[in-house]
Write a protein that binds this ligand. Structure first.
Ligand code: 4AD
Ligand code: MG
Length: 431
């Protein structure tokens, strides 16, 4: 038998119920004791009147420490002033396990302290709301691609070579075969999948040994990567904007309660509808110059540059055709200007920066081989990838969306560390 959940209490008004959970908070006023129960689905105020319950129960209600696991019994009442809108006129109280000196109290704590206690911090209302939104985004991502005829394809995590540049690889010894690396991206394998199935997506953890200690960088993060055969850069951008609209609008519709817990002002999120503005890298550079930023053509956009560019728009903006020099080896060059890569980055509004990076892929065997050599990549490790250009090469494109950056943006958080249950960053690999 499932326990009755706080989220379902509307079905039990006027009835006596028993619920299980943890003591979130408590307060007293003379002959009344208020216990706030949390059960992972919501909060419920349980009211114990001294005269209505046994002395034993009242004494217990007065003694229990924060986060004690308990079972409460009582009658469900509508109470608009209580969190969640219901209240329990409580009569029974049983302890499952007492807790004392819970380290996270309702007072303010520093972020490092909370991150050290991440395994407990997850129990707070705000963290619960973030995890629920993350889950909804994951499901929206899957629903979107599944509904559009994409096949989910799981790429390997242990790989023989770099995808996004050699400077951010996590290395490991691999038996007699020498070095192996944790994947930076499933893309190269997704390309093989697209040649087999037409439209695929990968969705899983990816790793970057980033030296960057910013609010946007994790060393382990989740990425979803669609890859489509016969798609060119414009098709890729069409897909990205349709996909983003779906995700954001789905979360707004289904997770309004959680967004309220996070006090997220959703006005800017409401704007995330097709079409999204598309500007070239050259136009982005113009915007930077107009805003008094010293920026040299040819550089990649930094975090601040991205913020300045995206502040010109009330929606995410797609910046396409970056200098090939600052982009990955596999990107196709613009036939109209070989200095440019047929790349696109989607920058989120409100200072959240790049959430999507994508491109049309180099589909010509000779050009791809020369790129591999220019980038000093080991050709042998890429022979299988070159095979995709040897045997029936076609134009194809895809992109990667970073899950944690997307969660941070939608939830309005100022750091990605709260968007994943247990963040891995340059200075943290615990708990
Ligand atoms: O731009 P990136 O590096 O692109 C790729 O990996 C391509 N292979 C994707 C593709 O075309 N299939 O990464 C894609 C996205 C970024 O836009 C960002 O949202 C996220 O992944 N990302 C990170 N998120 C958190 N921490 C990091 N260190 C991240 N690096 C990239
Ligand atoms: Mg990128």
């Amino acid at each position: 038998m499932w326990t009755i959940l706080i989220k379902d209490l509307s079905e039990f008004v006027g009835k006596e119920v028993t619920l299980k959970g943890w003591l979130y908070n408590e307060r007293s006023s003379g002959k009344v004791k208020f216990l706030i129960l949390r059960d992972g689905t919501g909060l419920l105020q349980c009211v114990y009147f001294k005269g209505n319950v046994s002395e034993e129960v009242f004494e217990l209600a007065s003694r229990l420490g924060q986060e004690s696991s308990i079972e409460v019994t009582g009658k469900v009442k509508v109470e608009p002033r209580a969190p969640g809108g219901y209240e329990l006129d409580a009569t029974g109280l049983k302890v499952i396990s007492e807790s004392h000196d819970y380290p996270i109290t309702p007072k303010e704590h520093g972020v490092e302290f909370l991150m050290d206690h991440r395994h407990l911090w997850l129990r707070s209302s705000k963290q619960v709301a973030i995890l629920r939104i993350r889950h909804r985004i994951v499901k929206a991502i899957r629903d979107y691609f599944d509904g559009k005829g994409f096949t989910l394809m799981d790429p390997p995590i242990i790989t023989p070579a770099a995808c996004e540049g050699t400077s951010t690889l996590f290395e490991t010894d691999y038996f007699d075969l020498g070095k192996a690396y944790l994947t930076q991206s499933g893309q190269l394998y997704a390309e093989a999948g697209a040649m087999a199935l037409g439209k695929v997506y990968t969705f899983g953890p990816t790793f970057r040994a980033e030296k960057s200690k910013t609010r946007r960088h994790l060393t382990e993060f989740w990425m979803v990567e669609p890859e489509v055969a016969f798609a060119e850069l414009n098709d890729d951008m069409d897909l990205a904007e349709d996909f983003l609209e779906y995700i954001v609008q789905t979360v707004l519709k289904d997770k309004a309660e959680e967004l309220k817990v996070l006090e997220r002002d959703t006005t800017k999120l409401q704007n995330v509808k097709k079409p999204l503005p598309r500007i070239s890298y050259d136009e982005a550079v113009e915007i930077l110059k107009k805003n008094g930023i010293e920026f040299e053509w040819g550089n990649d956009l930094g975090g601040t540059d991205e913020t300045v560019v995206s502040n010109q728009f009330d929606k995410p903006v797609m910046v396409h055709r970056y200098p090939a020099e600052v982009k990955a080896f596999y990107m196709k060059r613009d036939p109209n200007n070989p200095k440019l890569a047929l790349a696109v980055d989607v920058l989120a509004p409100e200072g959240y920066g790049e959430i999507i990076g994508g491109s049309q892929r180099e589909d010509d065997f000779d050009l791809l081989l020369s790129r591999i050599k220019e980038h000093n990549l080991p050709q042998e490790a890429f022979e299988w990838y070159l095979d995709l250009r040897r045997y029936g090469s076609v134009p194809h494109s895809g992109f990667g969306l970073g899950l944690e950056r997307t969660v941070a943006w939608i939830c309005g958080l100022d750091h990605v560390r709260e968007t994943i249950p247990f963040a891995r960053m340059i200075y943290r690999n615990t708990p």
